[in-house]
Design a protein around this ligand. Structure first.
Ligand code: AQP
Length: 331
């Protein structure tokens, strides 16, 4: 596929308040592509409604998520920032790709299995076909790289399979995307159950540190984090809670596990938890301040999302027209 620059694409659902998992696993890594790549970062509100949302809260979090993108370092002049439902090509391509995605493939997606277990009263078709919409999101922009947390790797792999299948049936149409999983922050775990991913939709607010939590709340949550009966700060088997805290501390301080073990030698978990809480709060403070400033200027956020949607629609339409022609639609 001929293009001036490689393309980076990713998105976050406004399905809850964003967590440090979303920040360290995804958002914080987006801006490293801004100079060399053409970048599209989307607030994926259409994905969010696969689970029931309160409409007013979804609207609020859509603004907040966009503001967090900018506060985390994404300059709207350099990155296309937009809201998924503002670009109808996503839904159109998703329908077409549904016809090139197998029932068996979707049945194997672990997120579908997890979410249908969690929302057994609402196992809707959208939850099942979520990965096809995600494939459409990515493939519309001829994406080369998708920076995501490790939990989304399986979905990006499915997008690659769908793209390959379509290309094989109709000749080269889509760029085959690569998932990029940052080594640090690949999977931040729940503070209440460190065998489980930290998720913004977790009902236990103490399990989750939100990007917008204030310093006292952050420290309180880390103080309560589940650990083990050992007292030694070291990375190891059977120490899921400490491993998770070490991984978070390493992400925000840039220190290696060896350095962290040395720093806390002979000191208890209490000291360590406090240090993690303070380091996380210090990392988030500038993002929170910028977020608050941006949120007080809704007109600005609306202009960003409008310009972003116009740019995204232009590029999306190019791919969509090609796809429609190839499958035999009259255009
Ligand atoms: N705990 C995590 N550790 C590392 N990365 C994470 N991500 C999410 N949680 C963690 C990454 O954040 C990006 C956006 O995720 P999403 O909103 O599209 O969906 P998700 O993965 O389902 O995130 P949540 O927080 O768990 O949302 P809910 O609770 O609504 O399902 C992705 O790149 C993801 O890998």
């Amino acid at each position: 596929m001929l293009k001036d620059k490689k393309v980076s694409y990713s998105g976050i659902q406004p399905s809850g308040n964003l967590t440090i998992g979303n920040y360290l696993g995804a958002l914080r890594n987006f801006s490293q592509y801004s100079d060399e790549y053409q970048t599209f970062y989307c607030v994926v509100d259409m994905h969010a409604i696969t689970v029931r949302q309160v409409p007013a809260e979804l609207r609020r979090r859509t603004y907040e998520t966009l503001a967090l993108y900018i506060a985390a370092g994404l300059d709207p002049e350099k990155n296309t920032l937009y809201v998924q439902s503002h670009v109808p090509a996503h839904a159109e391509l998703a329908w077409i790709l549904n016809c090139y995605t197998m029932f068996g493939e979707l049945s194997r997606m672990t997120q579908f299995k997890d979410k249908s277990a969690k929302h057994s009263d609402n196992i809707n078709a959208g939850l099942f076909t979520y990965p096809t919409l995600m494939a459409a999101d990515i493939l519309l922009y001829q994406t080369d790289v998708v920076p995501v947390g490790v939990d989304q790797k399986q979905h990006v792999e499915l997008a690659r399979d769908i793209a390959g299948r379509f290309n094989q049936a109709y000749s080269e149409t889509f760029t085959i995307p690569e998932p990029i999983i940052s080594k640090s922050g690949m999977k931040i775990m729940s503070l209440a159950d460190p065998t489980k991913k930290m998720s913004k939709s977790d009902e236990n607010a103490n399990a989750v540190v939100y990007i917008l939590d204030d310093k006292d709340t952050i420290i309180r949550k880390f103080k309560r984090a589940v650990t083990d009966s050992d007292t030694c700060v070291r990375y190891g088997e059977g120490k899921d809670g400490i491993n998770n805290l070490m991984s978070i501390y390493s992400c925000v301080s840039g220190k290696s596990y060896d350095e962290i073990e040395r720093e806390f030698e002979g000191r208890g978990y209490g000291d360590f938890k406090l240090a993690v809480g303070e380091a996380v709060a210090d990392t988030l403070a500038p993002v929170q301040a910028e977020h608050a400033r941006l949120l007080s200027d809704k007109a600005y956020l609306e202009s960003v999302m409008k310009n972003g949607a116009d740019t995204a629609a232009y590029f999306a339409q190019k791919t969509l027209s090609k796809v429609k022609k190839k499958v035999g639609f009259l255009i």
